[in-house]
Structure formats: structure tokens, C-alpha cells
Design a protein. Structure first.
Length: 280
């Protein structure tokens, strides 16, 4: 299943990246009110939306943004969660007490409520644009990346902390301390490599979760601001007529499902491969 997940994810990534070579961003945002709400046809394989935009072109560009949000936000989350877990687990004391109380307080708040509150507070700056490698993107993309990344690190930090508490009592760590190794060397040279297995699995599964969170926020109207396309805000256009405008949500929804499914298969495979206690 992990191999199947890799192949499926590779197909999706190739579809999105190669499709972008033939379809420009202007084509993705081009409107034609005379062709609005057209069902799939030879001219528009995925149909059109409420202002006549090609859903196929928007799905390709929306995939780029959704995948970018997933990868970048998880990078932030994993980096922050791992760092906090290493610091609290190794040093303990007042640092551990303060940071763990912050983690517990954040975990006590429902994630969706926290996401909606933060997203709503950033709506005023979401209409501005920035240049990203020659492309004009909404600031809301950065906002969503920051929101997801900064609200999803707490669970990983507790996992890493528990591993560090066990590792720092091992003989090889005590030997390194006896040889005069400083704290930073012990943390990043000896402890961090031994915590990478669960971190890698968490990062892999986190990408799928981030894509779903972005889609949910966009569907609720708190995500990436149009005309910047994501799979989530494309689906939003069909929520008032789900049955009649099926093509608007079926295609991007299928890509979300396949991407998350592929990533979960890969994560499960990595978990089995990196778990020394798993039975083959």
C-alpha cells in the first residue's frame, strides 16, 4: 500500500506540475460569463464555474497552492514541535513546566475554533498580494500557512519530549556528557537523530491533514482568498447546488481524497519501516 501511495502521489504531483507548463495562471483566472456553469465537455473537460472559469485549469493551479500549503505548513509545525520537544525533554525544570503548560493550554482549545478565530483576525490583510517566484499570490496563502503551521505542533512536541526523557538516560548520552560534549552537541548530534523516525511519520501524515484543514477553512470562507485557487475554495462554489453543479466539487474533491489517501498510505508504510518493534 505504501508503494501504491508513492505511485499515486507521484501521478498527482506530475499532473499538477506538468499541467502548469501548458496552462498559464491567466487561463486559470480567465472569466467568460457566457460559459458559466457549463458541464464537462470537449472544450471544458472539468466544466466551468459561476463566472465561466475553466475548472480544469483552476484544479491544476489549485493543486499547486494546496500542496505548497501542506508542505510548508508542516515544515513549520514539525520544526517548532521538534525544537520544543527537544528543549523541554532535555533541560526539564522551569523551562519544561512553562512550555508544557502552554502546550496543554493550546491543546485544550478546539483546533477548528482556534483556526477560525486566527483566520478571521487576519482577514484585513488577506486582500493584498505578494510576488512568489514571478507569481502574484494572495497574502491569505501566507496567513493560512502560518495558521496551520503554528496550531498543529503541540502533539508532536509532547511525543518528542517523551522520547527525549527516555533517551537522555541512556548510556551513550551519559558517555557523551562524561566526555565533555556540550548540550547543543548532545541534543542535535545524539538525541535528535534517534527521534527522527516518529518525526518523519508525523510530518508525512501532517501534509495530508494540512491539505484537509486548508480545504475546510476555504469551504467555510476563511481560507485562501480568490482569485487564487485552491482545491478547497473551488469546492466552495458548488455548496449551494451540490447536485446540479456536481462537476465543480467532484474533480477537486477527488484530488483531495486521492492525495490524502496516498500520503496516509506512505505514512503508514514509513511507520512500519521505521518501527524497530514492528513484526514483519
Amino acid at each position: 500500500m505504501a508503494v501504491f501511495g508513492v505511485l499515486l502521489l507521484l501521478i498527482i504531483v506530475l499532473y499538477v506540475t506538468i499541467g502548469a507548463i501548458f496552462i498559464s495562471e491567466d487561463q486559470a483566472n480567465k472569466t467568460n460569463v457566457r460559459s458559466k456553469f457549463n458541464p464537462p465537455s470537449a472544450e471544458y473537460p472539468f466544466g466551468t464555474d459561476e463566472v465561466g472559469r475553466d475548472v480544469l485549469a483552476r484544479t491544476i493551479y489549485g493543486g499547486q497552492i494546496s500542496l505548497m500549503i501542506g508542505v510548508v505548513s508542516v515544515t513549520i509545525s514539525v520544526s517548532l514541535g521538534t525544537l520544543v520537544g527537544l528543549v523541554t525533554g532535555y533541560f526539564g525544570g522551569i523551562i519544561d513546566a512553562i512550555l508544557m503548560r502552554v502546550v496543554e493550554a493550546l491543546l485544550a482549545i478546539p483546533t477548528l475554533v482556534l483556526l477560525l478565530v486566527i483566520s478571521r483576525s487576519l482577514q484585513d490583510i488577506a486582500m493584498y498580494n505578494f510576488n512568489f517566484f514571478g507569481r502574484e499570490l494572495s497574502v491569505s496563502v501566507l496567513a493560512i500557512v502560518a495558521i496551520i503551521g503554528l496550531t498543529s505542533w503541540m502533539g508532536l512536541s509532547r511525543l518528542v519530549r517523551s522520547l527525549v526523557l527516555s533517551l537522555k538516560e541512556q548510556d551513550f548520552i551519559l558517555a557523551a556528557q562524561a566526555l565533555g560534549a556540550n548540550n547543543m552537541r548532545i541534543i542535535f548530534r545524539h538525541i535528535l537523530p534517534n527521534t527522527m523516525a516518529p518525526v518523519i511519520v508525523s510530518a508525512t501524515l501532517g501534509v495530508g491533514t494540512a491539505i484537509i484543514v486548508e480545504a475546510a477553512l476555504s469551504f467555510l470562507g476563511f481560507g485562501v482568498v480568490p482569485p487564487t485557487a485552491t482545491w478547497g475554495n473551488i469546492i466552495t462554489r458548488a455548496r449551494q447546488s451540490v447536485g446540479e453543479l456536481w462537476w465543480i466539487w467532484v474533480f477537486p474533491g477527488t484530488f483531495i481524497t486521492m492525495t490524502v489517501l496516498a500520503i496516509n498510505f506512505i505514512g503508514d508504510g514509513l511507520r512500519d519501516a521505521l518501527d524497530p518493534y514492528s513484526t514483519k
